[in-house]
Design a protein around this ligand. Structure first.
Ligand code: ADP
Ligand code: MG
Length: 234
């Protein structure tokens, strides 16, 4: 119990620190985005400096996602639920995760009868993005990201799947995936899956992971229809 208390306090302190850092990073980041937008007006698309502007923008976006994740982790808020077509959120997240990644092939398997489930649009897009980014990062030499959505057969709701043909997850690491700050990446935060799991739970849903027959990884998300969702902080 003592150990749990220490762990709890450690996480609370880290949460506080994350919130402070994230807020402090937001302002300079805003200035960088403005400067990039201005630069875009002065640099012709075929000018050599155009690549530099693109790098600036991509890296600023990366920082922005880090700040989003830190803030979400440090200050979880109750989701604001509205029925949203999942296909649009999936497309936005996958486009962001795969832009500038010519070796990643995307395969879509979106069934037309997926019910529009009530979700917090921002949180769910962020979760989809985290899963799509993990998939892309697991395939440094290229591969296929398969995104599926279909009607849930066990209860009213939708199922979303992200399957990659990447490195896979060693069995001994599987139970730690969702722990805050667990990462195997040199520049990872280990917050992505923690946030995805929390977001799913706050929607009354859940996430599980699976090993597809051909290797790689599948993350499967179940999102229930409104009646079963019990909104909670997270
Ligand atoms: P991060 O991406 O910052 O490392 P995450 O919480 O998103 O943090 O993921 C935690 C860890 O889970 C990763 O470092 C990686 O080891 C593993 N992981 C997550 N998704 C995948 C995947 N699609 N393929 C292989 N490993 C994965
Ligand atoms: Mg991640």
């Amino acid at each position: 119990a003592q150990r749990q208390l220490v762990e709890h306090e450690r996480l609370a302190a880290l949460g506080e620190l994350s919130a402070v850092v994230a807020h402090e990073v937001r302002n300079p980041l805003g200035a960088i985005f403005n400067a990039v937008a201005t630069l875009r007006r002065f640099v012709a698309p075929d000018a050599p400096a155009h690549t530099l502007v693109t790098i600036l923008e991509e890296e600023a976006n990366r920082l922005n996602r880090l700040v989003d994740d830190l803030l979400d982790f440090a200050r979880p808020s109750a989701p604001e639920l509205y029925p949203v077509p999942l296909a649009r959120l999936l497309e936005e997240a996958v486009r962001t995760a795969t832009s500038g990644q010519p070796r990643i092939r995307v395969e879509w398997a979106l069934q037309p009868d997926v019910p529009p489930v009530p979700v917090d649009e921002r949180k769910m897009r962020q979760s989809f993005l985290n899963l799509a980014l993990n998939a892309v990062q697991a395939m440094p030499y290229g591969g296929t990201l398969r995104v599926a959505a279909y009607r849930c057969t066990e209860k009213p709701g939708a199922v979303v799947e992200f399957t990659d043909t990447g490195s896979g997850i060693p069995p001994e690491l599987r139970e730690r995936l969702f722990q805050p700050f667990f990462t195997t990446k040199a520049t990872g935060t280990g917050l992505g899956l923690t946030i995805v799991q929390r977001t799913l739970e706050a929607h009354g849903g859940h996430i599980q992971h699976d090993v597809p027959s051909g290797g790689g990884t599948t993350f499967r998300l179940v999102l229930p229809l409104g009646s079963e969702a019990e909104p909670q902080v997270g």
